[in-house]
Design a protein. Structure first.
Length: 146
């Protein structure tokens, strides 16, 4: 093997965890969600608009959320982590997150989870929800999936 092939082999080995250091992809502790508008009635369709992305990283029982959103029809006011019994169904708040109070911005925060909530996260039953001035019961939401 020449020097270039060794460098490629070492990089590949590190990425695949061959050297005892697991990569994030292998650990199963990273979750991602696409934020989209919550279900609304006809009069709210022009107001409840926008998109976003969120990533959650689990370390023990602490989950760290980081995300962005853009194009809201009204300024964001709050963001929360929720747990649902089934995907695409509302559930109770399990943690508060910080959010930029604007039509575009960031979401972030740490939430300490119970063992049952960690199980729910791994099953895709936790979601991020952003509320806004004209969508106080929800504007964007997205399920965190492995």
């Amino acid at each position: 093997m020449n020097c270039r092939q060794w460098v490629i082999a070492i990089a590949l080995g590190a990425a695949l965890g061959w050297f005892g250091v697991p990569s994030m992809a292998q650990s199963g502790n990273t979750f991602k969600g696409r934020l989209a508008k919550v279900p609304v009635d006809g009069k709210m369709v022009p107001i409840i608009i926008g998109t976003g992305m969120a990533t959650a990283t689990l370390s023990g029982t602490k989950v760290t959320i980081a995300g962005t959103f853009e194009g809201l029809g009204t300024n964001a006011t709050t963001a929360q982590l929720h747990q649902s019994k089934v995907r695409a169904s509302r559930g109770p708040v399990i943690g508060e997150l910080t959010v930029t109070k604007a039509a575009s911005g960031t979401i972030g925060g740490d939430v300490n989870l119970t063992a049952d909530q960690v199980t729910a996260l791994k099953a895709g039953l936790l979601y991020v929800q952003v509320q806004s001035e004209k969508g106080p019961e929800g504007h964007l939401w997205g399920w965190l999936l492995p």
